[in-house]
Design a protein around this ligand. Structure first.
Ligand code: NAX
Length: 326
């Protein structure tokens, strides 16, 4: 058995937290030989609820749980953390404009970024799930100047997995037959799910579907899937979001298969002409605990237009919170 690692989760009493924590504790994220110490962060009114979640975690008697704590102080919850999942965020309230939402979350993620900078492991892996996830990750990163910017990522894996499912249904194949799916850009309705490099059972996906399905069904369905779940379930996706967060952290840490890649929103280094510094979703491969953008993919006019539109939205989000950045 390995030495325990510290995993901090914010928003631990929320719906995603309720699914996520039990998967982490059972070894789905870091493997069956990796004990974990869970460090939960919540806001003061949710401290009773989080105690209840900890009681249930205890009652599972998970062999891999080496310790557990909850706090309403980020400096406590992030202390020496090796992994941090930033799930808690302020939801859009009635009458709230997009700008208000960005600003409210900027306050939360600035403070959490500073705390990560001050107390987390120097090799921490941070995943922002709480929306607007990409810009929240950027704000946390900018407030953590002592850490490598590459420690900070945001989640587009749920979009990636949704795209696999849609293409699998359309081509009557299993998701495991599909390789090289890509989500470009923002975790929002401007994201660009791209099948132009994908294969289904070894043959190009683009040869197996027509352009009108791509434009009129596939892309909008993936972009709008979150809203469709809310409409059907009356609540936003939670178990699937938790599952995607597990996938993201597992692949970042343990690696991606050589013949495939995954989508992660990471600090842009200018690859594919995308503005440096924004947290943009790229196709990435992970080896030895590090991610690298898949380089050299052909980008046609159809893709370029969509990659630029979602980049533009992220640049606008960054500009809207610029006055709050250090
Ligand atoms: P819930 O409202 O059920 O839970 C959020 C929890 O976060 C609450 O318990 C709240 O008390 C806590 N919280 C709020 N501010 C906090 C702070 N400053 N520090 C610590 N905890 C704090 O939401 P849930 O359904 O769990 O969703 C959480 C976030 O994930 C939302 O922002 C949501 O929009 C986002 N999502 C992101 C997805 C993605 O793919 N990136 C998909 C699913 C989800 O919509």
């Amino acid at each position: 058995m390995k030495a325990p690692v510290r995993v901090a989760v914010t928003g631990a009493a929320g719906q995603i937290g309720y699914s996520l924590l039990f998967r982490i504790a059972s070894g789905d994220m870091l493997g069956p030989d990796q004990p974990v110490v869970l460090q939960l962060l919540e806001v003061p009114p949710a401290m009773d609820a989080v105690q209840g979640v900890m009681m249930e975690l205890e009652d599972c008697a998970f062999p891999l749980v080496a310790g557990m704590s909850a706090s309403d102080q980020a400096e406590e919850a992030f202390k020496d953390a090796d992994y941090i999942l930033l799930v808690g965020a302020k939801p859009r309230g009635p009458g709230m404009e997009r700008k208000d939402l960005l600003e409210a979350n900027a306050a939360i993620f600035s403070a959490q970024g500073k705390a990560i900078n001050d107390v987390a492991s120097r090799n921490v892996r941070v995943l922002a799930v709480g929306n607007p996830a990409n810009t929240n990750a950027m704000i946390a990163q900018r407030n953590a100047p002592d850490l490598d910017p590459r420690c900070f990522t945001a989640m587009t894996r749920l979009d990636h997995n949704r795209a696999l499912a849609q293409l699998g249904n359309k081509t009557s194949s299993h998701v495991t037959d599909i390789k090289r799916m890509t989500i470009w850009g923002n975790h929002s309705a401007t994201q660009y799910p791209d099948i132009s490099h994908a294969t289904v059972a070894g043959t190009p996906a683009a040869d197996q579907v027509d352009q009108s399905w791509l434009e009129e069904s596939f892309i909008p369905t993936v972009q709008q899937r979150g809203a469709a779940i809310i409409k059907a379930r009356g609540q936003s996706s939670a178990a699937s979001a938790a599952s995607a967060a597990i996938d993201h952290m597992r692949d970042w840490t343990l690696g991606t298969p050589a013949d495939d890649w995954v989508s992660m929103a990471i600090p842009s280094d200018g690859s594919y002409g995308i503005s440096e510094g924004i947290i943009y979703s790229f196709p990435v491969r992970c080896v030895d605990g590090r991610y690298e953008i898949v380089q050299g993919l052909d980008v046609d006019d159809f893709s370029r237009e969509r990659m630029n539109a979602t980049e533009q939205e992220l640049v606008e989000e960054r500009d809207a919170v610029k006055h709050l950045l250090p």
